[in-house]
Design a protein around this ligand. Structure first.
Ligand SMILES: [Zn+2]
Length: 167
């Protein structure tokens, strides 16, 4: 899949930090990030099958975010692995980049909607994002048509094509 230039990402890469709290990891903004900011890249090994830490980027194509990209010794490419799901996210994944959906404050947790990248989750879980009623996160496939439509603007091409009607 060719990686196309991203018109939403004029400012590549902002500092992020990993926070471990009560046994859970969180990715925090290390500086204010403006809406549309290209925060980091989705690095890792490509796989045809999903796993617990993979992010789907195309039909039958998943980035294993826990496997460093060859030659990248900074492990920066693995930070996406620690990003938690939110039903009201402040980033989205686009062209294998993490993009700010709105202005983000320093030390704010970075989240994305797993239901807007994954067709079907390798491992489902009960959401603790605080914006929903503790729903089970299973992937785009398991959302009802209204919930799928609500995510239209977040969706990468491999999920856009699954919408009931074209935009
Ligand atoms: Zn939620």
């Amino acid at each position: 899949m060719p990686i196309e230039p991203n018109p939403l990402a004029p400012n590549p890469h902002y500092p992020v930090g990993i926070l471990r709290q009560h046994g859970r990891f969180h990715v925090l903004a290390g500086a204010p990030i403006p809406k549309g900011g290209h925060i980091m890249d989705l690095g890792g090994k490509l796989s045809s099958r999903p796993s617990r830490y993979s992010v789907q980027v195309d039909v039958d194509l998943h980035v294993e975010t826990w496997v460093p990209v060859q030659g990248d010794t900074s492990l920066d490419s693995c930070q996406v692995r620690y990003m938690n799901h939110s039903c009201k996210p402040n980033t989205r994944i686009w062209n294998r980049q993490v993009i700010a959906l709105r202005d983000i404050e320093e030390r704010e947790e970075l989240t994305f909607d797993y239901n807007a990248t994954e067709w079907e989750m390798a491992e489902t879980f009960i959401c603790t994002c605080g914006h929903c009623d503790g729903r089970r996160i299973s992937g785009f496939k398991h959302l009802n048509p209204l919930e799928q439509e609500e995510r239209r603007d977040l969706l990468p091409p491999h999920l856009q094509t699954k919408l009931a009607s074209p935009g």
